[in-house]
Ligand binder design. Structure first.
Ligand SMILES: C[S@@+](CC[C@H](N)C(=O)[O-])C[C@H]1O[C@@H](n2cnc3c(N)ncnc32)[C@H](O)[C@@H]1O
Length: 293
C-alpha cells in the first residue's frame, strides 16, 4: 500500500496514513456508495480533520474506530455531509422543468383535474430548491395542482440539509433563478429579508431521510424521478444499479432527469429513450393512462 503524500497539515494536526484513508474510503463506499479515489485524499483530510477537532479525538485511527463501532452512528451523518457538497439552485438546468411540464403535466391536464395521480421523486434533494422548483413548475402549468392527487417526495441522506430544506428560508440571490411570473404566488416573506415558500408549493412537497444505498421505503410508480448531481459521487457499477432501481420504480413513459455531467449506463440504458439533454423517458406505453391534450 503506497504511503499518501504528506497532507496540507497545520502544525499539530494529526497525520493521515494510507491505512486511515483506506478505512475512510471503505466506510464511505459501504455506507453511502461514495467512491473516494486517492486523488481526493487532501480533500478528505481537510474535511474530516475538523470532525476530529470537534470530537476532540487524537487521530484518524480512533476516528475510524468510532465510525466502525456501535457508538459511531451519529457520526455517519457528519461524514456524508463532510464528503459531499450540497450545491443546488432553484431551476437548475431549467430545460428539465420545461420538459416536466411539457411531457408529464400538459398532456394530462384533464386527467389530473379528474383526480389521476402524479408522483414525482427528487432523490438527493439537498436544500429543497429542486423539489420546490418542481412544485412551482406543476402549479405554473396547473394552478390547482396543490388540491389534486399530486405529490412530490424529496429525499436526502443528510439530515442537516433536510432541516434547511424544511425551514425554507432563502436569500434574494438564491431565489433569483425563479421565473418572475412565478414569484408572486410561489414566495412569501420569511423575515430578515429572506423568502419562504408559499403554502401551495410547500404543501406539495414531503421531505424524508433516505440513503440511496439502502432500502427505499417509497411507493411508486413515479411519473418522474429527478436524481441530479448525486450519482457523480458513485462509481459506474453503483450508478448502473441506481439507474436500474429507478427504472423499476418509474411508470411506463415516466421521466428520469440526471445531472449535466452524469450518463446513463448499464442494463437500464435499454429501458430508456432520450427526450432531451440528460433527460430520459422509460420506454413502454403508459398503460391505463388516458392522455388528453
Ligand atoms: C450536489 S447535491 C445535488 C442537489 C440537487 N439534486 C441538484 O442537482 O441541485 C448532492 C446531494 O446528494 C446527497 N447524497 C449523497 N450521497 C447520497 C446517498 N447515498 N443517498 C442519498 N443522498 C445522497 C447529498 O447529501 C447532497 O445533498
Amino acid at each position: 500500500m503506497a504511503l499518501l503524500a504528506p497532507p496540507p497539515a497545520a502544525p499539530g494536526d494529526p497525520p493521515f496514513t494510507a491505512r486511515d484513508f483506506d478505512r475512510i474510503a471503505a466506510f464511505a463506499y459501504r455506507e453511502f456508495g461514495l467512491s473516494l479515489q486517492e486523488s481526493k485524499k487532501d480533500l478528505v483530510y481537510s474535511r474530516l480533520v475538523r470532525r476530529l477537532r470537534a470530537l476532540r479525538l487524537s487521530g484518524f485511527q480512533p476516528y475510524c474506530d468510532l465510525l466502525e463501532g456501535p457508538e459511531g452512528r451519529a457520526e455517519h451523518d457528519a461524514v456524508v455531509s463532510a464528503l459531499t457538497t450540497n450545491v443546488t439552485h432553484f431551476f437548475r438546468e431549467p430545460h428539465h422543468f420545461d420538459l416536466l411540464a411539457a411531457l408529464a403535466v400538459k398532456p394530462r391536464l384533464q386527467a389530473l383535474r379528474a383526480g389521476e395521480r402524479l408522483r414525482i421523486w427528487s432523490a438527493g434533494c439537498s436544500a429543497g430548491m429542486e423539489p420546490y422548483s418542481i412544485a412551482m413548475t406543476l402549479l405554473d402549468a396547473l394552478p390547482e395542482a396543490a388540491q389534486l392527487n399530486i405529490r412530490i417526495l424529496a429525499t436526502d441522506v443528510d439530515p442537516a440539509i433536510l432541516a434547511r430544506a424544511r425551514e425554507a428560508r432563502f436569500t434574494d440571490e438564491e431565489v433569483r433563478p425563479i421565473p418572475a411570473r412565478m414569484k408572486p404566488w410561489a414566495l412569501v416573506p420569511a423575515g430578515e429579508g429572506r423568502h419562504g415558500i408559499a403554502p401551495k408549493p410547500a404543501r406539495m412537497v414531503r421531505f424524508a431521510g433516505l440513503n440511496l444505498m439502502q432500502d427505499w421505503p417509497v411507493r411508486g410508480p413515479f411519473d418522474a424521478i429527478f436524481c441530479r448531481n448525486v450519482a457523480i459521487y458513485f462509481d459506474k457499477p453503483t450508478q448502473a444499479r441506481l439507474w436500474q432501481r429507478f427504472a423499476g420504480l418509474l411508470a411506463p413513459g415516466g421521466l428520469l432527469f440526471i445531472g449535466h455531467s452524469e450518463r446513463l449506463g448499464g442494463p437500464a440504458e435499454a429501458a430508456f429513450a432520450s427526450v432531451g439533454i440528460t433527460a430520459y423517458r422509460k420506454t413502454g406505453t403508459s398503460a391505463g393512462r388516458k392522455e388528453t391534450a
